[in-house]
Design a protein around this ligand. Sequence first.
Ligand code: NAP
Length: 292
Amino acid sequence: MTAILLDGAAIARQVYSQLEQRVAALNNQGVRPGLAAVEVGGNPASLVYIRNKVRACAAAGLHSEVHEFTADCPESVLLAALDKLNRNPLVHGIIVQLPLPRGLEAGRIVQSIAIEKDVDGFGWRNLGALIAGHPLFVPGTPLGVMTMLDHAGIAIEGRNAVVVGRSTVVGKPMALLLIARGATVTVCNSKTVDLGDFTRRADILVVAAGRAGLVTGDMVKPGAVVIDVGINRRADGKLVGDVAFESVRAKASYLTPVPGGVGPMTVAMLIANTVSAAERSIAATRPASATR
Ligand code: NAP
């Protein structure tokens, strides 16, 4: 078997084209959706990610602004900047690019983003609402994975799903979304004994560990759907995922490439969340009589 590659860039283009009408409708009401990105410490990878998001905003007709701070910036300055963005009506979505430099507590800083502007969905109130099944915003990477599965018509209900990785931004919300759709979900982590014993049971295998080549073909059930979230830079500069591409491609039915798989979907979901935030902001300011 040779897996069908799930082309995240192509699916993302469809997402953007579906957003066009919604952005135009907002423009007709005098609203341009706006995203503010906060970057601290000038981490080169973070700057690349932010540049991609700014480009995606421009292409989709969104306003974007980047607020950069030095690594020694006191937490109080960051919190004050976020408070100002929370109150800025031109900004509908706010993200804090992670990781933050040592000494800054990401949890506390991300929690200060207003829930209705938390378009990364990393705030505890959004994550808690995800557990309850009513999130305002779902984190972009797992939401992008679900969108790719649906786009390919892959059944989720009743399937065995294994998620490798239990981070707050990928693994845990990924597991919650799969549970909500009726999959039987196992979540593995770095302490899991005999990872292959679990991954071989997966009809849908999502790997988000940040370890190049962690999952090899012998760890995959024939015909499984394999989603490679990992992004690792090899010594030669090449970007690779967590999955040994060739050996897994020979076993799986579907596989996401790296790059060009989950990455473009993550950005597209962030843009979609920002458009939703702008739509909600209008609904929130509309007089009660106008909503009847
Ligand atoms: P993270 O916070 O470092 O979490 C990694 C998770 O993988 C942890 O739960 C860790 O277990 C687990 N893990 C590590 N080694 C393992 C092993 N040998 N066996 C089983 N589990 C193992 O990373 P993250 O933020 O979730 O990101 C994961 C990867 O996805 C990274 O490569 C990141 O760059 C990539 N990523 C890609 C996108 C995208 O858009 N494509 C978006 C976000 C992240 P413990 O909890 O026990 O340490």
